[in-house]
Design a protein around this ligand. Structure first.
Ligand SMILES: *[C@@H]1O[C@H](CO)[C@@H](O)[C@H](O)[C@H]1NC(C)=O
Ligand SMILES: *[C@@H]1O[C@H](CO)[C@@H](O)[C@H](O)[C@H]1NC(C)=O
Length: 322
């Protein structure tokens, strides 16, 4: 009986795998849901940024986090001049209480943090099991690059140099032990994927699908005519087979995705400077003044555009037949 039942489960799992593409909704996060179902991570920034991540009560008291019926705003402090010997600029990092294995996550964003020194991210990991649990960076931008989508994992994993994606691969080694933690990054093909151009169009949508056979990331600007209606309407089910060629595609051909990833939480953060945006080459290539840390310390009002305005995050957790 035991054997028969598990055989049936294995067979149905295999059948469902072949139907990947149609998913039904698991969790919807809008406005207050982020306060109730996500944790504020008041921790030292693991990426060494010039920020101090605050807890929820401080974030609300200082209006660094604000929710309404259809909006989540998260921002960095834009009023305080910092002492160079003191703590970094107050900012926010939040993490979904729920962790997800195979799933589709979609995000409808009106505005993302922009400007010199800013490094906002919307990403997934298990931060108590990094890098063994894997990491997918869906949105990760500094002040100059287009959005960089990447995987960072803890063991052998590489990507074919030619694959079905519209973005441009930067590196095909995803193993942090051999790639210096640069990840296997893919640049989005358009500048409206990040910062000023993203924001002036009214933002847009990102979506990520993770199955045992591939991780795929798509992006549509608010004004794109090709945005799928199931995605933009926040439908209760979505069919990723109709979403077209992804901006970034990470197949399992030379990477056992089922072993390099475990369940991941979803994270939003806004850091400043740090391991990527604070590299002097990255910072000065963006035409930014002086040094990154001095700039953050001395120019609070320049961070008034360093905010996320999020309409919704939806997570589709069940693969279903159509
Ligand atoms: C808090 O931020 C929201 C969103 O930007 C804004 O509408 C509101 O006026 C702010 N509240 C205060 C007290 O500044
Ligand atoms: C995250 O990693 C920790 C440490 O290995 C583990 O205890 C926990 O179960 C993991 N969380 C999930 C959701 O897999």
């Amino acid at each position: 009986m035991q054997f028969t039942l598990s055989s049936v489960l294995v067979i149905s799992a295999v059948v469902l795998e072949t139907l990947a593409g149609t998913w039904s909704i698991g969790d919807t996060y809008i406005g207050q849901d982020f306060m109730n179902s996500w944790a504020f991570e008041a921790e030292a920034d693991p990426t060494g940024g010039r920020v101090t991540y605050v807890d929820q009560s401080t974030a609300v008291a200082d209006n660094l986090t604000y929710v309404s019926s259809d909006t989540l705003i998260m921002r960095v402090d834009d009023t305080t001049v910092l002492s160079s010997s003191g703590a970094g600029r107050n900012s926010v990092r939040i993490k979904s209480n729920t962790a997800y294995d195979y799933h589709v996550v979609t995000i409808d964003v009106r505005h993302m943090p922009e400007g010199c020194a800013t490094w906002p991210a919307f990403w997934e990991t298990n931060d108590s099991d990094w890098p063994s649990g894997g990491e997918v960076d869906i949105v990760s931008v500094n002040s100059v690059s287009p959005n960089l989508v990447s995987l960072h994992v803890g063991s052998t994993c590489s990507m074919p140099s030619s694959r079905a994606e519209s973005g441009t691969p930067q590196s095909n080694d995803c193993n942090i032990n051999t790639d210096g933690n640069s990840g296997c990054g893919v640049e989005n093909p358009t500048t409206n994927s990040f910062g000023p151009d993203f924001n002036s169009a009214g933002g847009g949508w990102y979506a990520m699908e993770r199955t045992s056979s591939a991780v795929s990331v798509w992006f549509w600007s608010r004004t794109d005519s090709s945005v799928p209606s199931d995605l933009s309407s926040g439908a209760s089910s979505v069919n990723t087979d109709n979403w077209g060629t992804p901006a970034a595609y990470f197949p399992n051909t030379d990477c056992d995705l089922s072993s390099v990833f475990s369940s991941n939480n979803i994270i939003f953060d806004i850091t400043l400077c740090g391991d990527w945006a604070g590299q002097s080459s990255v910072y000065s290539n963006a035409g930014c003044p002086g040094t990154c840390v001095d700039y953050v310390n001395s120019n609070p009002s320049d961070f008034s555009n360093a905010y996320w305005d999020v309409a919704a995050v939806r997570v589709y957790t069940t693969e279903t037949s159509s």
